[in-house]
Design a protein around this ligand. Structure first.
Ligand code: AMP
Length: 286
Protein backbone atom coordinates (compact mmCIF):
# COMPACT_ATOMS: atom_id res chain seq x y z
CA UNK A 1 0.00 0.00 0.00
CA UNK A 2 1.44 3.37 -0.97
CA UNK A 3 1.93 5.89 1.80
CA UNK A 4 1.29 9.62 1.36
CA UNK A 5 4.39 11.61 0.41
CA UNK A 6 5.61 13.91 3.17
CA UNK A 7 8.63 16.07 3.87
CA UNK A 8 9.84 15.91 7.48
CA UNK A 9 12.03 18.57 9.13
CA UNK A 10 11.97 17.56 12.79
CA UNK A 11 14.05 14.51 13.78
CA UNK A 12 11.55 13.34 16.41
CA UNK A 13 8.60 13.57 14.00
CA UNK A 14 10.53 11.72 11.28
CA UNK A 15 11.45 8.94 13.70
CA UNK A 16 7.89 8.59 15.02
CA UNK A 17 6.65 8.09 11.44
CA UNK A 18 9.24 5.38 10.74
CA UNK A 19 8.50 3.64 14.04
CA UNK A 20 4.86 3.33 12.86
CA UNK A 21 5.95 1.97 9.48
CA UNK A 22 8.26 -0.57 11.14
CA UNK A 23 5.45 -1.71 13.43
CA UNK A 24 3.44 -2.38 10.25
CA UNK A 25 6.27 -4.63 9.06
CA UNK A 26 7.60 -2.36 6.32
CA UNK A 27 11.20 -2.67 5.15
CA UNK A 28 12.75 0.82 5.22
CA UNK A 29 15.59 2.11 3.02
CA UNK A 30 17.36 5.44 3.38
CA UNK A 31 19.35 7.35 0.76
CA UNK A 32 21.42 10.12 2.40
CA UNK A 33 22.36 13.08 0.16
CA UNK A 34 23.33 16.73 0.28
CA UNK A 35 20.81 17.56 -2.48
CA UNK A 36 21.61 19.11 -5.90
CA UNK A 37 20.47 15.75 -7.18
CA UNK A 38 21.67 14.21 -10.44
CA UNK A 39 21.38 10.79 -12.07
CA UNK A 40 23.98 9.36 -9.65
CA UNK A 41 21.71 10.11 -6.70
CA UNK A 42 18.67 8.83 -8.62
CA UNK A 43 20.47 5.52 -9.23
CA UNK A 44 20.75 5.15 -5.45
CA UNK A 45 17.03 5.89 -5.10
CA UNK A 46 16.14 3.29 -7.75
CA UNK A 47 18.34 0.72 -6.06
CA UNK A 48 16.62 1.42 -2.73
CA UNK A 49 13.19 1.29 -4.39
CA UNK A 50 13.89 -2.23 -5.67
CA UNK A 51 15.00 -3.44 -2.21
CA UNK A 52 12.52 -1.89 0.23
CA UNK A 53 8.88 -1.04 0.89
CA UNK A 54 9.53 2.53 1.99
CA UNK A 55 12.30 4.75 0.58
CA UNK A 56 13.38 7.82 2.55
CA UNK A 57 15.54 10.45 0.86
CA UNK A 58 17.49 12.71 3.18
CA UNK A 59 18.75 16.10 2.01
CA UNK A 60 21.10 17.86 4.39
CA UNK A 61 24.14 19.98 3.56
CA UNK A 62 26.06 18.92 6.64
CA UNK A 63 28.14 21.81 8.00
CA UNK A 64 30.45 19.61 10.10
CA UNK A 65 31.92 17.89 7.04
CA UNK A 66 33.02 21.17 5.41
CA UNK A 67 36.33 22.79 6.31
CA UNK A 68 36.48 26.51 7.13
CA UNK A 69 37.71 27.43 3.61
CA UNK A 70 35.41 25.04 1.73
CA UNK A 71 32.21 25.59 -0.28
CA UNK A 72 29.52 25.23 2.45
CA UNK A 73 27.87 28.60 1.78
CA UNK A 74 27.89 28.28 -2.01
CA UNK A 75 26.99 24.57 -2.15
CA UNK A 76 24.02 24.31 -4.60
CA UNK A 77 20.64 24.09 -2.83
CA UNK A 78 17.32 23.41 -4.62
CA UNK A 79 14.99 21.37 -2.44
CA UNK A 80 11.90 21.77 -4.65
CA UNK A 81 13.85 20.76 -7.77
CA UNK A 82 15.41 17.82 -5.92
CA UNK A 83 12.05 16.49 -4.75
CA UNK A 84 10.61 16.87 -8.26
CA UNK A 85 13.40 14.58 -9.54
CA UNK A 86 13.40 12.13 -6.64
CA UNK A 87 9.66 11.50 -6.43
CA UNK A 88 9.30 9.91 -9.89
CA UNK A 89 12.48 7.88 -9.17
CA UNK A 90 10.64 6.29 -6.27
CA UNK A 91 10.96 8.03 -2.89
CA UNK A 92 8.10 7.79 -0.39
CA UNK A 93 9.28 10.26 2.26
CA UNK A 94 11.90 12.98 2.54
CA UNK A 95 13.82 14.22 5.56
CA UNK A 96 15.16 17.76 5.04
CA UNK A 97 16.06 19.18 8.44
CA UNK A 98 17.42 22.65 9.15
CA UNK A 99 20.97 22.67 10.54
CA UNK A 100 19.74 23.77 13.98
CA UNK A 101 17.58 20.63 14.26
CA UNK A 102 20.60 18.39 13.63
CA UNK A 103 23.12 20.34 15.72
CA UNK A 104 21.41 21.98 18.68
CA UNK A 105 23.62 24.38 20.67
CA UNK A 106 26.17 22.44 22.70
CA UNK A 107 26.36 19.44 20.33
CA UNK A 108 29.86 18.02 20.88
CA UNK A 109 29.75 14.26 20.20
CA UNK A 110 31.52 12.87 17.12
CA UNK A 111 32.03 9.45 15.56
CA UNK A 112 35.53 8.77 14.24
CA UNK A 113 36.66 5.75 12.25
CA UNK A 114 40.25 6.23 13.31
CA UNK A 115 42.39 4.57 10.65
CA UNK A 116 40.17 4.67 7.55
CA UNK A 117 39.56 8.40 7.99
CA UNK A 118 43.27 9.29 7.83
CA UNK A 119 44.48 8.95 4.20
CA UNK A 120 43.24 10.27 0.83
CA UNK A 121 40.42 12.80 1.31
CA UNK A 122 40.94 12.65 5.07
CA UNK A 123 44.48 13.98 4.69
CA UNK A 124 43.34 16.92 2.52
CA UNK A 125 40.15 17.61 4.46
CA UNK A 126 40.90 17.33 8.21
CA UNK A 127 37.74 16.58 10.16
CA UNK A 128 35.70 15.81 7.05
CA UNK A 129 35.07 12.14 7.78
CA UNK A 130 34.28 12.73 11.45
CA UNK A 131 31.55 15.05 10.16
CA UNK A 132 30.39 12.42 7.67
CA UNK A 133 30.36 9.49 10.10
CA UNK A 134 28.59 11.58 12.74
CA UNK A 135 25.83 12.84 10.45
CA UNK A 136 25.28 9.37 8.94
CA UNK A 137 25.04 7.85 12.43
CA UNK A 138 22.50 10.52 13.35
CA UNK A 139 20.50 9.97 10.16
CA UNK A 140 20.47 6.23 10.89
CA UNK A 141 19.10 6.85 14.40
CA UNK A 142 16.42 9.18 13.01
CA UNK A 143 15.29 7.18 9.96
CA UNK A 144 15.74 3.68 11.50
CA UNK A 145 16.42 1.99 8.15
CA UNK A 146 16.89 -1.70 7.42
CA UNK A 147 18.97 -0.70 4.38
CA UNK A 148 21.07 2.36 3.50
CA UNK A 149 22.35 3.03 -0.03
CA UNK A 150 25.57 4.88 -0.87
CA UNK A 151 27.55 5.56 -4.07
CA UNK A 152 30.95 4.07 -4.89
CA UNK A 153 31.88 7.55 -6.15
CA UNK A 154 32.72 8.42 -2.53
CA UNK A 155 34.78 5.28 -2.04
CA UNK A 156 36.48 6.19 1.24
CA UNK A 157 33.18 7.41 2.68
CA UNK A 158 31.59 4.06 1.83
CA UNK A 159 34.47 2.16 3.48
CA UNK A 160 34.16 4.34 6.59
CA UNK A 161 30.40 3.88 6.85
CA UNK A 162 30.66 0.10 6.43
CA UNK A 163 33.26 0.01 9.21
CA UNK A 164 31.22 2.26 11.50
CA UNK A 165 28.15 0.06 11.02
CA UNK A 166 30.17 -3.02 11.89
CA UNK A 167 32.08 -1.49 14.80
CA UNK A 168 29.04 0.18 16.41
CA UNK A 169 26.60 -2.72 15.76
CA UNK A 170 24.11 -0.79 13.66
CA UNK A 171 21.53 -3.36 12.45
CA UNK A 172 21.61 -1.83 8.97
CA UNK A 173 22.56 -3.38 5.65
CA UNK A 174 24.79 -1.13 3.54
CA UNK A 175 24.35 -1.32 -0.24
CA UNK A 176 26.50 0.46 -2.82
CA UNK A 177 25.88 1.57 -6.38
CA UNK A 178 28.62 1.89 -9.05
CA UNK A 179 29.72 5.35 -10.20
CA UNK A 180 27.30 6.94 -12.69
CA UNK A 181 29.15 8.86 -15.41
CA UNK A 182 28.39 11.24 -18.27
CA UNK A 183 28.63 9.57 -21.68
CA UNK A 184 32.20 10.95 -22.06
CA UNK A 185 33.33 9.43 -18.75
CA UNK A 186 33.12 12.33 -16.27
CA UNK A 187 31.72 11.07 -12.96
CA UNK A 188 28.49 12.90 -12.10
CA UNK A 189 28.93 15.27 -9.18
CA UNK A 190 26.97 18.18 -7.76
CA UNK A 191 30.27 20.10 -7.92
CA UNK A 192 30.50 19.71 -11.72
CA UNK A 193 28.13 22.71 -11.80
CA UNK A 194 31.07 24.90 -10.70
CA UNK A 195 33.17 24.03 -13.79
CA UNK A 196 33.72 26.40 -16.73
CA UNK A 197 33.46 24.89 -20.22
CA UNK A 198 37.27 24.61 -20.39
CA UNK A 199 37.51 23.00 -16.96
CA UNK A 200 34.66 20.63 -17.83
CA UNK A 201 36.65 19.47 -20.85
CA UNK A 202 39.92 19.17 -18.91
CA UNK A 203 38.12 17.15 -16.22
CA UNK A 204 37.91 14.21 -18.63
CA UNK A 205 41.55 13.56 -17.68
CA UNK A 206 40.42 11.93 -14.42
CA UNK A 207 38.43 9.12 -16.04
CA UNK A 208 41.05 8.84 -18.80
CA UNK A 209 43.72 8.23 -16.16
CA UNK A 210 41.61 5.56 -14.47
CA UNK A 211 40.91 3.86 -17.80
CA UNK A 212 44.61 3.87 -18.72
CA UNK A 213 45.53 2.28 -15.39
CA UNK A 214 42.81 -0.33 -15.69
CA UNK A 215 43.92 -1.23 -19.22
CA UNK A 216 47.48 -1.78 -17.96
CA UNK A 217 46.28 -4.06 -15.15
CA UNK A 218 44.13 -6.03 -17.60
CA UNK A 219 47.20 -6.45 -19.79
CA UNK A 220 49.07 -7.97 -16.82
CA UNK A 221 50.94 -5.00 -15.33
CA UNK A 222 51.39 -5.37 -11.55
CA UNK A 223 53.91 -2.64 -10.65
CA UNK A 224 52.13 -0.09 -8.47
CA UNK A 225 54.45 2.70 -9.62
CA UNK A 226 53.77 1.96 -13.30
CA UNK A 227 50.01 1.78 -12.74
CA UNK A 228 49.95 5.07 -10.81
CA UNK A 229 52.17 6.77 -13.40
CA UNK A 230 49.76 5.75 -16.18
CA UNK A 231 46.86 7.31 -14.28
CA UNK A 232 48.78 10.51 -13.54
CA UNK A 233 49.97 11.12 -17.12
CA UNK A 234 46.74 12.44 -18.73
CA UNK A 235 46.02 14.61 -15.68
CA UNK A 236 49.51 16.10 -15.55
CA UNK A 237 49.17 16.87 -19.26
CA UNK A 238 46.20 19.16 -18.49
CA UNK A 239 47.36 22.65 -17.57
CA UNK A 240 44.01 23.39 -15.84
CA UNK A 241 44.26 20.36 -13.55
CA UNK A 242 46.22 20.07 -10.29
CA UNK A 243 46.45 16.70 -8.56
CA UNK A 244 45.61 16.80 -4.83
CA UNK A 245 46.31 13.08 -4.45
CA UNK A 246 46.40 10.03 -6.69
CA UNK A 247 47.10 6.76 -4.90
CA UNK A 248 46.75 3.02 -5.15
CA UNK A 249 45.50 1.51 -1.90
CA UNK A 250 44.13 -1.75 -0.56
CA UNK A 251 40.46 -1.88 -1.57
CA UNK A 252 39.24 -2.67 1.97
CA UNK A 253 41.77 -1.34 4.47
CA UNK A 254 42.93 1.65 2.36
CA UNK A 255 46.54 0.89 3.29
CA UNK A 256 49.12 1.86 0.62
CA UNK A 257 50.06 -0.56 -2.15
CA UNK A 258 53.53 0.58 -3.10
CA UNK A 259 55.12 -2.55 -4.55
CA UNK A 260 52.92 -4.89 -6.57
CA UNK A 261 49.17 -5.15 -7.08
CA UNK A 262 48.51 -8.73 -5.96
CA UNK A 263 45.14 -8.10 -4.27
CA UNK A 264 42.19 -5.82 -5.12
CA UNK A 265 43.26 -2.20 -4.93
CA UNK A 266 41.47 1.09 -5.31
CA UNK A 267 43.02 3.78 -7.46
CA UNK A 268 41.64 6.93 -5.88
CA UNK A 269 42.20 10.55 -6.84
CA UNK A 270 41.24 14.11 -6.04
CA UNK A 271 42.04 16.78 -8.62
CA UNK A 272 41.56 20.53 -8.44
CA UNK A 273 40.16 22.26 -11.50
CA UNK A 274 40.61 25.86 -10.39
CA UNK A 275 39.03 25.94 -6.92
CA UNK A 276 36.73 22.99 -7.65
CA UNK A 277 37.93 19.69 -6.23
CA UNK A 278 36.76 16.58 -8.11
CA UNK A 279 37.16 12.99 -6.93
CA UNK A 280 37.06 9.73 -8.84
CA UNK A 281 38.21 6.15 -8.32
CA UNK A 282 38.29 2.67 -9.75
CA UNK A 283 38.76 -0.71 -8.12
CA UNK A 284 41.57 -2.61 -9.88
CA UNK A 285 41.54 -6.39 -9.57
CA UNK A 286 44.71 -8.27 -10.57
P1 AMP B 1 26.36 13.79 -2.02
O1 AMP B 1 25.02 14.44 -2.23
O2 AMP B 1 27.41 14.29 -2.94
O3 AMP B 1 26.76 13.77 -0.57
O4 AMP B 1 26.16 12.27 -2.42
C1 AMP B 1 25.12 11.50 -1.87
C2 AMP B 1 25.30 10.07 -2.28
O5 AMP B 1 25.27 9.99 -3.71
C3 AMP B 1 26.62 9.46 -1.84
O6 AMP B 1 26.40 8.12 -1.42
C4 AMP B 1 27.45 9.51 -3.11
O7 AMP B 1 28.45 8.52 -3.18
C5 AMP B 1 26.38 9.26 -4.16
N1 AMP B 1 26.82 9.72 -5.48
C6 AMP B 1 27.22 10.98 -5.81
N2 AMP B 1 27.62 11.04 -7.10
C7 AMP B 1 27.48 9.78 -7.59
C8 AMP B 1 27.73 9.17 -8.86
N3 AMP B 1 28.22 9.85 -9.90
N4 AMP B 1 27.47 7.86 -9.00
C9 AMP B 1 26.99 7.13 -7.95
N5 AMP B 1 26.73 7.65 -6.73
C10 AMP B 1 26.97 8.95 -6.55
Amino acid sequence: MQIPFEVFREPAVMRARVEDLRRDGRRIAVVPTMGALHEGHLALVRHARAQADVVILTIFVNPTQFGPTEDLSRYPRDEAGDLAKARPAGIDLAFCPPAAAMYPPGAQTFVEVRELQQPLCGASRPGHFAGVATIVAKLFHITLPHLAVFGEKDYQQLAIIRRMVRDLDFAIEIASVPIIRESDGLALSSRNAYLSAEQRHAALALSKGLAAAEALVKAGERSAATIVAAARAPIEAESLARIDYLELRDATELTPITDRLERPGVLAMAVFMGTTRLIDNRVLRP
